[in-house]
Design a protein around this ligand. Structure first.
Ligand code: ADP
Ligand code: ASP
Ligand code: MG
Length: 406
C-alpha cells in the first residue's frame, strides 16, 4: 500500500463532469490499495475572475481581503469533489488550509508555508477516506487566510507529500508532462521523460508554469519523487528526479517565456555610493521581488537604472519608485508592463560557448529587439516586447534543434 498525493489543476476540474471524471480516476488508484490525498485548484479561469473583480473595487486591492477572495475558488472544487466521491459509494472529506493547519508567514498573496500539521490528515486517512485538500491556501498563526502565489496548488501538493512522507506526488495537468517549450505555443515541442530538479527549477523560475517553482524547490529538498502527467490520458509523463547518467545531455534543454514581469526605468539617478540601497530597500521591504537589474552610466555623475518586478506588483512598485526617485533627485521614472522575458536553459551550457550568440542572432533575424539581457551558468534571458513572445519562442526552439529527437 502506498500513500499518494495527487494534484489536479484548474483545467482538470473545470466543470462538474470533469470533477466526476477526476473522482473516478482517484478512486481507481485507491482501489489498487493506495491511500489517497488529493489537492485541487479552483476551476480554470476562476482565480483570474476574482482578481478582475478585486481590481474593480480598489486600485491596489487590500492584500488580506484579496486572500479571502482568491482562496474561495478552491473551496468550491474540493467540496464538489468530496460529494462526487460519496456519490460513487466511497468516503471523502474536504479540508481547507486552515482546517488542516497549513501554517504560513504573513506575506499575503505570496505566503510561504512554515509548517503542516498532519494529525487530522492521518486520522481521516486511517478511517479510509479520500482526503481532499484545497490547494494554494494556508493560514497565519493569527488566523488570517493566506494564498501561496499564483500556481501555488503545486506547492501545497508537494508540501503535503513531504509532510506525510508520501511515496510519490503526481501533478495532473492539461499537457502530458514537461516539454522542451510550452506545447501550447510551439507544435514541435517534445515531451522530456526525465529532468533534473536543477533544470526544472530554472525552467520554472523562467516561466514554464507547468510546475510552480516553489513546488520544485520543496521536492528537491525533501526528495519527493514528482511525476507530471496528463489528467486526460494514461500516458507516462515526466519524472523530476536527481541527476543521473541516463539524462539527455543537451546544450539547451528548454526554452521558456514569462509574461508576468514589468519593466521600470529611473533615469538620471545621481551615481553615488548607497543609491542602489535607497532604491531597492524600500521595494524589498514592500515584499516586491526585483528580478533583472541593469545600470547604465550616463556621463560621470549620473546613471540610469532599469529593473523588472512582477507584473502584479507593477502599480505598487511604480508608486513607490516615483517617491524614491523624487527623494534621491532622479530625473524621471518610466515603465512598461508589456514585456516578456524569453530564456534558454540547459546544464549543458556550462561547457559550450556560442549559445548567447546563437540566441541574439536568432532574435535579430526575426526583427526582435532585445531590451535587457541576463545570464547565469545554465541560462540566458532576454527581455523583448510582449507581442513578439510566440515568434521568439518558436525561432529559438528551432535554432537550438529542440524539435529533433535526441
Ligand atoms: P494547471 O492548471 O494544471 O496547474 P498550468 O496552466 O498551471 O496547469 O500549467 C500547465 C501549462 O503550462 C500547459 O498548458 C502549458 O501551456 C504550460 N507550459 C509552459 N511551459 C511548459 C513546458 N515547458 N512544458 C509543459 N507545459 C508548459
Ligand atoms: N487557483 C490558483 C491559481 O489560479 C492556484 C493554482 O491553480 O495552482 O493561481
Ligand atoms: Mg499550475
Amino acid at each position: 500500500m502506498a500513500l499518494i498525493v495527487q494534484k489536479f489543476g484548474g483545467t482538470s476540474v473545470a466543470n462538474p463532469d470533469k470533477i466526476k471524471a477526476v473522482a473516478e480516476r482517484v478512486l481507481a488508484c485507491k482501489k489498487q490499495g493506495n491511500e489517497m490525498v488529493v489537492v485541487l485548484s479552483a476551476m480554470s479561469g476562476e482565480t483570474n475572475r476574482f482578481v478582475d473583480f478585486a481590481n474593480q473595487m480598489q486600485a491596489i486591492p487590500d492584500p488580506r481581503e484579496m486572500d479571502v477572495l482568491l482562496s474561495s475558488g478552491e473551496q468550491v472544487t474540493i467540496s464538489l469533489f468530496a460529494m462526487a466521491v460519496k456519490a460513487m459509494g466511497e468516503d471523502a472529506i474536504s479540508l481547507l488550509g486552515d482546517q488542516v493547519k497549513i501554517i504560513t508567514d504573513k506575506m499575503h498573496t505570496k505566503a510561504r508555508i512554515k509548517s503542516i500539521n498532519t494529525d487530522l490528515l492521518n486520522k481521516h486517512l486511517k478511517a479510509g477516506k479520500v482526503v481532499v485538500v484545497a490547494g494554494f491556501q494556508g493560514v497565519t498563526e493569527d488566523d488570517n487566510i493566506t494564498t501561496l502565489g499564483r500556481g501555488g496548488s503545486d506547492t501545497t501538493a508537494v508540501a503535503l507529500a513531504a509532510a506525510l512522507q508520501a511515496d510519490r506526488c503526481e501533478i495532473f495537468t492539461d499537457v502530458e508532462g514537461v516539454y522542451t517549450t510550452d506545447p501550447n505555443i510551439c507544435d514541435s515541442a517534445r515531451k522530456i521523460d526525465r529532468i533534473t530538479y536543477e533544470e526544472m527549477l530554472e525552467l520554472a523560475s523562467l516561466g514554464a508554469k507547468v510546475l510552480d517553482i516553489r513546488s520544485v524547490g520543496l521536492a528537491k529538498r525533501y526528495k519527493v519523487p514528482l511525476h507530471v502527467r496528463s489528467t486526460f490520458t494514461e500516458t507516462e509523463g515526466t519524472w523530476v528526479v536527481e541527476e543521473d547518467d541516463k539524462m539527455e545531455s543537451m546544450q539547451v534543454s528548454g526554452v521558456t517565456y514569462n509574461k508576468n514581469e514589468a519593466r521600470i526605468t529611473i533615469t538620471k539617478v545621481p551615481d553615488q555610493p548607497g543609491t542602489a540601497t535607497k532604491i531597492f530597500k524600500p521595494i524589498s521591504d514592500a515584499g516586491i521581488i526585483v528580478d533583472m537589474i541593469i545600470q547604465n552610466t550616463q556621463g560621470e555623475a549620473m546613471t540610469d537604472m532599469t529593473f523588472t518586478v512582477p507584473r502584479t506588483d507593477y502599480k505598487k512598485a511604480m508608486e513607490l519608485v516615483e517617491k524614491i526617485a523624487a527623494d534621491i533627485g532622479a530625473e524621471s521614472v518610466s515603465g512598461s508592463p508589456d514585456i516578456a522575458k524569453v530564456s534558454v536553459v540547459g546544464v549543458g551550457m556550462r561547457n559550450h560557448s556560442g549559445i548567447a550568440t546563437t540566441m541574439f542572432d536568432t532574435l535579430s533575424s526575426e526583427g526582435i529587439n532585445i531590451t535587457m539581457i541576463s545570464t547565469s551558468e545554465i541560462k540566458i534571458s532576454c527581455v523583448v516586447e510582449e507581442k513578439y513572445t510566440e515568434l521568439a519562442i518558436r525561432a529559438l526552439h528551432k535554432a537550438f534543434d529542440l524539435d529533433q529527437v535526441a
